[in-house]
Design a binder for this molecule. Structure first.
Ligand code: DQA
Length: 141
């Protein structure tokens, strides 16, 4: 069975309550349940932390073993060279995900410190960004 790790970074524990006009009104659990229903053939694990080092530890923990990582690093996307290094350190392909279209927002969100180390990037499709990333990973050779 393929194993995919979803990692959500800072403030994404508040999905459903945080700026619903930008990030939607549903908690992440709904998205996770729907991904698991849609892809019962895949083991989909979930981790969320507001702490940069814990995100890095999770990448280290799964990155030598899992078939892929879906990473919404939240605001660390725009700042973290340490996350970029962690992504480069492991063989598992990583897809950078954003719920919102970061390129249609403030200029500081147009820069990603992690995209160059990722297999691909999905942004702007709401919670569907996670499904598109998963299906991209599953379809990738
Ligand atoms: C986000 C976009 C980031 O710029 C922001 O800091 C987030 C969420 C998104 O999913 O749209 O926390 O990653």
């Amino acid at each position: 069975m393929k194993k995919i790790q979803i990692i959500n970074g800072p403030n994404l524990n508040l999905l459903g309550r945080r700026e619903p006009g930008v990030y939607g009104a549903a908690p992440f659990d709904d998205c996770l349940a729907s991904l698991r229903r849609r892809h019962p053939e895949v083991q989909i694990d979930y981790f969320q932390s507001n702490i940069e080092g814990e995100l890095i530890d999770c990448i280290h923990r799964v990155g030598f073993d899992y078939d892929g990582i879906i990473l919404n690093a939240g605001a660390y996307t725009h700042t973290s060279i340490a996350l970029q290094d962690a992504i480069r350190a492991v063989p598992a392909p990583v897809v950078e995900v954003h719920i919102s279209n970061v390129h249609a927002r403030e200029a500081f969100r147009h820069v990603s410190m992690i995209a160059s180390a990722c297999r691909g990037v999905v942004c702007g499709f709401g919670m569907d960004s996670y499904r598109l990333a998963l299906e991209g990973l599953l379809g990738a050779e």
